[in-house]
Structures are given as C-alpha cells and as structure tokens.
Design a binder for this molecule. Structure first.
Ligand SMILES: [Ca+2]
Ligand SMILES: [Ca+2]
Length: 207
C-alpha cells in the first residue's frame, strides 16, 4: 500500500479490518474476472474474422448437454464441418459439444460455460448456392432440441438474411435449415429450404 493510502487511513485500530476488507474485495474481483474470462471464452475462441462478410450461427439452449453440429456446403461442393473447419472462404470457430469440455475446475470449484453455439464466418463469397444444415450429433434425452439458425450479412451494415428455429429429435437427424444463393456482389438472390443431406455426401466421399 502506498504512503498516500496510509495517510488517509482513519485510525491504526482499523488497519486489520481494512486489510481484511481489501483482501475480500480483491478476492471477489479475481473471481469475477475468472468468471468473465470463462463467459467470454466462446467469443474469443470464435476467431470471427473482422473481414467476414457473412456470419452463420447455430445455437441451442444454455447448458443443454446435447452435441449439435453445423455443416455448410459452398457452391464448389466443399463441405465445412467439425472435421473440416476451414475451406479457404469459410471458417468454423469450434465444435461445441454441448456441456462436454465446457467445465473447468478452479480452486476446487467447478465453473461451467453455459453457452451452446457454433459460428461459421464467410470471409469472402463466390456466387452460387450455400446449403446450411444442422445435425443432432449426440442426444441425451427423448425430447426435441430447439436450434436457432441465424445468417447475418455484415457489410456495409449488419442485416439479418435468415432466422428460424428448427427442432431436432434425436441422434443422427439432419435438417437443411436453409439454402441461400449469392450473386457476384454478395447479395442474397434466393432462399429455399429444399432438403439435402450433407453427412451422406461426406460418408460417401470417405468410404
Ligand atoms: Ca457440435
Ligand atoms: Ca457448449
């Protein structure tokens, strides 16, 4: 503590109490800082490119243990998913596996990050159709999981291209949330929900 701080201390008899209070406040501030860092983790690990043109987000209820995956096919037929997180023009931030790997032990206490979200950024675009699928990779309950799918165009200002909630009903279910077509200027010219399995295409390629 600086001499300036000592000068303003009210009385020597209060020193012990002041120190205790100060240490307690320091402790709370530290715990708050750790909690904040944990809460901020998905955003930081998101590596959302500042130059991104579009952001596609799939999210499901906080603390839900199920593992949902987002898969996106670009006009060249390349598929972005947790096993292929970068196709050059698209990037997947991370594979959010529900509650798995979302817990840390600090000072013997378990701290959880409740957020369930996967984010895809399109750094640039090539004209053509993009297919956005969600896959119920791992299920823990016999109840549907509502998955919000959002597509935002970032430039010149943030505009919502698509938003809807789709229910997934069990492990292995795959839904085409939407398909959208971009022209050479990056403008969305068409949207449909014609279903197309991407996981089947991946398994055919790998077999
Ligand atoms: Ca996942
Ligand atoms: Ca999670």
């Amino acid at each position: 503590m600086t001499s300036r701080a000592r000068f303003f201390r009210p009385a020597p008899s209060n020193d012990a109490f002041t120190d205790l209070l100060f240490n307690a406040l320091l402790g709370f501030a530290f715990m708050f800082f750790i909690a904040f860092m944990l809460m901020a983790e998905p955003e930081q690990s998101g590596k959302v490119d500042n130059k991104a043109e579009y952001i596609i987000t799939a999210s499901w209820p906080d603390s839900h243990p199920d593992d949902i995956d987002i898969l996106v096919e670009d006009p060249r037929g390349q598929i972005l998913w947790f096993s292929n997180k970068d196709t050059g023009i698209m990037h997947l931030d991370r594979d959010d596996r529900g509650n798995l790997q979302d817990q840390l032990i600090i000072d013997g206490k378990k701290i959880s990050n409740p957020i369930n979200q996967e984010t895809v950024s399109l750094r640039s675009w090539i004209p053509g159709e993009y297919v956005v699928n969600i896959l119920h990779y791992q299920a823990n309950y016999n109840a549907p999981v509502p998955v919000s799918v959002k597509i935002e165009k970032l430039n010149p200002e943030v505009t919502m291209t698509y938003y809807a909630v789709h229910d997934l009903h069990g492990a292995g279910e795959e839904v085409t949330a939407t398909r959208f077509t971009l022209d050479s200027q990056g403008v969305t010219t068409d949207i449909s929900n014609l279903q197309k399995s991407l996981i089947n295409r991946i398994s055919k390629k790998t077999n």
